[in-house]
Each structure stands twice: as structure tokens, then as C-alpha cells.
Design a protein around this ligand. Structure first.
Ligand code: ADP
Length: 485
């Protein structure tokens, strides 16, 4: 059994530094997707609680924006240390509500701490500019200021680190924030409230509430006191939030869906391509927005790759988060299993050949067999849609141009990967792919030091890297005259 530590099984909202129930007293259940067991309940909040959280954040912003940067850095460093001190408890909590293997949950919590440290460091480097003045008697400068109250909505696939990417830069910039974690994984979200409280972050600066996504989302996107919306989730919901944010002209950062291609050229090292494909396809059971969705393999290496990739996929142990050597956990819910089955059925009907897996796993609940389908074609459902499950379609191609064209044949543009040893091809393909993140001979490339964000319908803005704080800052141009120069 996973241990859900009492101190992190928080069943209230964290608003204005207080732990409070929903106004109606209503709650909803949080389940372990590997067993169906109810772990506990959290508040079913709506519009009224959201308004109160926004007002608290707005009030807190008046003072928080004025404290020294070193005070904010100190708070972030304490937050970083607290995350690491509680890494095991937070990982167990995350694994219980999300289902991922415990080693991945530990990694995610560590990654959250890394984001907090990174933005604590970046807080000290929010440089402005002096601008050469066209007037002899005036001086010009550009300063940076926090945007104000931020509304954040996050998904269930990385319930800790997706909040880290938003809370840490917001605080580093001097913003305050109202967060709504996903319904499936609210405890990892509420844990941030407790950690922020213990780190001495003032009341109202970070607020976390759970509940009805539509009601909370509507208030966050329309309330005039919220100056920025940051979202990670599906393109469908991101577009709704973007359009709702129009009437009050909020700044927006959106990390939305992906449809990552993974291209293997004839000259690639097949073993490292297989290793990269396994890591990039099956991490979090295929439930990440940078997960490989389509594998394109050049004809000369195709059969060898398929043989080794199928064997590596079949060898992955599926099971509960805390079992030894487990690499694949359950999908988040039954709907995800049904959707995965639909992808497989559609592919088989159109000529796809299953080389391993293909069915719901004997373990039941959210479990699905890691699956490889060859003979994939561009008319199959997964060529256009994000699978978000452990199914790996393999397509065969002949030329470099053909591979790049097929890889770009999607409205998404988040991550892509390719394997080759040829330097010229590396540059041609790297520059030809319309994606925000490119892995060359690497299948897992996310790092706190690098900007994460998509082209096309995959998103707007960047998280992480030195760019990650910019979305939380306004630039103010100042012209000073009357200087007697
Ligand atoms: P996924 O497909 O990964 O579940 P979603 O986009 O559905 O992605 O969910 C991501 C986040 O968006 C979750 O916190 C969810 O509660 C929230 N969400 C879903 N629908 C809406 C909506 N209409 N307005 C605001 N937030 C929403």
C-alpha cells in the first residue's frame, strides 16, 4: 500500500492563508486509478470561493510586490528545501492519486523543487534596460514589474511539477496566484498550500482551490482583478480559456496538446533510438504532452527497429506504483482506457498490425498493455490526435523530405525527436520541424533550465528557462525629462 501521509491529505481549500471547506459543504472523491479505492474527498468549490481567493490574492499583491527580491528569494529557497524534506511523502501522495510508478513520482517531486530553485535564482536577474535617448535633455529606461494576480489551471498528469512551473515564477516575479488543480489529482495541488504556508509565504499570496472546473475557470478568466491566466491541459480547454480571457484582455500562457513525431533515419544507432523511443513514448504510461505519438522509421532500418522496439516494449513491467521494477502504471481513468482501445481498433481496421499488446491489461482498472502497432498510416486516428496512452504507432518512410512533411502534418507543434548521425541532416531536419522542443538523439529533454512551449495549436508562451519568468512580468517604459541637462 502507498502511504498517504496525514499531513498531506488536505481536504480543504487554502484561501487567504486559511484552510476552508466549500461554501456548500459539498465534496468530491479522489480515487487511486490503480485500484479504484477512494483515498478521500476534497471541496467542490465554485464561483464564490474563486472570487474570494482572487480578492485575497489582489489584497496580498499590494504588499507582496513591494517586499525586497531577497525576501522573496529566501521564501522560495525555504519552499525548495521543504519540498525535498518531504519528497517521499509527496511522492507517495502523488503516486496514490495519479498512479505513476513511485520512482517517477519521486522524480517529479524533485523536479518541482528544481523549478523552485531555478526561479529563486532567476528572481535576482530580472534586468531592465536603459535606452539611448534621442533627446539631449531626457533619459529613457525600461523596468519590469509583476503582472499582478495570476489564475492557474493545471492537469493531472504532472500534478506537482505543472504547479511548480507556475507558482515558482509567479512568486519570483512578485505576483500572487490562485490555482485550480485537476479533479483527479487535487491532493498534490493542495500540498502546495501547506508547503507555502510552512515556508512563510504570506497569506493570500498562494491560494489553492478544488472543485467545478467550468465555474472556477469562468471566474478566473473573466474577473478584472486577474491579470494573467496560465494553463496546462488539452487544446480544447485551452481554447475555451483563451476566448474567455478576451473580454478583460488578460495575458495568457498556454501549454496545450502535442502530437510528437519520433523519426529514426537509416543511419541512426538503433539501440539508442529504441531506448529513446521507449523513454519518450511510455513515460507516465504515455500520458505526457511531449510523449511520442507517432514513430516514423526509414525503410532500411525499419524491421530491425520494430523487432528491438517490440521486444523492449513487451519487457516492460506493468503494475502498482510501489511494486519493484514497475515501469508502467494505470491510465488515469476508465475513459482513458476506452479511448486507447478506440485508437487500437481504428488502426487495426485500417491495416495496422499489432506486434505486442493491444488490449486492456489483466490487472483491470486503468491498466492497458504497452502496445506497438506497425503499418501505421496518416489516415489513422492517432496520426491527428494525441493518444495519451501506451500505444506506439510505427510508420515506414523512404526519404528525409517525406518524413519531415509527415511529422509536420498536424496542427500541433510541441515536441519532436529524431535520430541520425549525419550532421547535415541534423541541421536540415532540426530547422525543418515546426516544433517548440526538438530532441536530437535524445528522447527525454525537458529541463528547468530550458524554455518549454509549443508552436501552432500547442501553446503560447514558455515555461522554464530564463524565458519562464518573463510571462509574469510587464515592461514599463519610463521617459524622464526636466533634468536640467
Ligand atoms: P486533460 O485532457 O489532460 O484532462 P483538460 O484540458 O481536460 O486536460 O484538463 C486540464 C485542466 O483544465 C484540469 O484542471 C481541468 O479541471 C480543467 N478544465 C477542464 N475543463 C475546463 C473548463 N471548461 N474551464 C476551466 N478549466 C477546465
Amino acid at each position: 500500500m502507498l502511504e498517504v501521509a496525514k499531513e498531506f491529505k488536505l481536504e480543504s481549500n487554502y484561501i487567504n492563508g486559511e484552510w476552508v471547506a466549500a461554501d456548500s459543504g459539498e465534496t468530491f472523491n479522489v480515487e487511486n486509478p490503480a485500484t479504484g479505492e477512494v483515498i478521500g474527498t476534497v471541496p467542490m468549490s465554485g464561483a464564490k470561493e474563486t472570487v474570494r481567493a482572487i480578492e485575497a490574492a489582489h489584497k496580498a499583491f499590494e504588499t507582496f510586490r513591494k517586499i525586497s527580491v531577497m525576501e522573496r528569494v529566501t521564501m522560495l529557497r525555504r519552499l525548495h528545501d521543504l519540498i525535498l524534506e518531504n519528497q517521499e511523502a509527496l511522492a507517495q501522495l502523488l503516486a496514490a492519486e495519479q498512479g505513476k510508478p513511485i520512482f517517477e513520482a519521486r522524480g517529479e517531486v524533485g523536479f518541482s523543487a528544481n523549478y523552485v530553485m531555478w526561479f529563486a535564482e532567476e528572481a535576482r536577474r530580472v534586468y531592465g534596460e536603459t535606452v539611448p535617448s534621442p533627446w539631449a535633455d531626457r533619459r529613457m529606461m525600461v523596468t519590469k514589474e509583476p503582472v499582478g494576480v495570476v489564475g492557474a489551471i493545471t492537469p493531472w498528469n504532472f500534478p506537482s511539477s505543472m504547479l511548480a512551473r507556475k507558482i515558482a515564477p509567479a512568486l519570483a516575479a512578485g505576483c500572487t496566484i490562485v490555482c485550480k488543480p485537476a479533479e483527479a489529482t487535487p491532493y498534490s495541488g493542495l500540498a502546495w498550500g501547506k508547503l507555502c504556508e510552512e515556508a512563510g509565504i504570506p497569506a493570500g499570496v498562494v491560494n489553492i482551490l478544488t472543485g467545478d472546473p467550468v465555474a472556477i475557470g469562468e471566474v478566473l478568466t473573466s474577473h478584472p482583478m486577474v491579470r494573467k491566466i496560465t494553463f496546462t491541459g488539452s487544446t480544447r480547454v485551452g481554447k475555451i480559456l483563451m476566448s474567455q480571457s478576451v473580454s478583460t484582455v488578460k495575458k495568457i500562457s498556454m501549454e496545450m496538446g502535442g502530437n510528437a513525431p519520433f523519426i529514426v533515419f537509416d543511419d541512426a544507432d538503433v539501440d539508442s533510438a529504441v531506448e529513446g523511443a521507449i523513454a519518450s513514448k511510455f513515460r507516465n504510461s504515455g500520458q505526457t504532452c511531449v510523449c511520442t505519438n507517432r514513430i516514423y522509421v526509414q525503410s532500411g532500418i525499419h524491421d530491425k527497429f520494430v523487432e528491438k522496439f517490440t521486444a523492449a516494449t513487451a519487457a516492460m513491467k506493468v503494475g502498482q506504483s510501489n511494486e519493484d521494477n514497475v515501469l508502467q502504471g494505470p491510465l488515469i481513468n476508465d475513459a482513458a482506457v476506452s479511448k486507447t482501445k478506440e485508437f487500437v481498433k481504428d488502426a487495426v481496421e485500417k491495416g495496422g498490425v499489432i506486434t505486442t499488446g493491444g488490449n486492456a491489461h489483466d490487472l483491470g482498472h486503468g491498466f492497458f498493455e504497452p502496445t506497438v502497432i506497425t503499418n501505421a498510416t496518416q489516415d489513422m486516428m492517432f496520426s491527428k490526435e494525441e493518444i495519451f496512452g501506451p500505444v506506439a504507432p510505427v510508420y515506414k518512410f523512404e526519404t528525409e523530405e517525406e518524413a519531415v512533411a509527415m511529422a509536420n502534418d498536424t496542427e500541433f507543434g510541441l515536441a519532436c525527436y529524431f535520430y541520425t548521425k549525419d550532421l547535415g541532416r541534423t541541421y536540415r531536419v532540426m530547422e525543418g520541424l515546426e516544433y517548440g522542443l526538438v530532441g536530437v538523439n535524445e528522447g527525454v529533454i525537458t529541463a528547468v533550465e530550458a524554455p518549454f512551449g509549443g508552436y501552432k495549436e500547442s501553446g503560447v508562451g514558455k515555461e522554464g528557462g530564463h524565458q519562464g519568468i518573463e510571462d509574469y512580468l510587464e515592461e514599463k517604459y519610463i521617459c524622464i525629462g526636466g533634468l536640467g541637462l
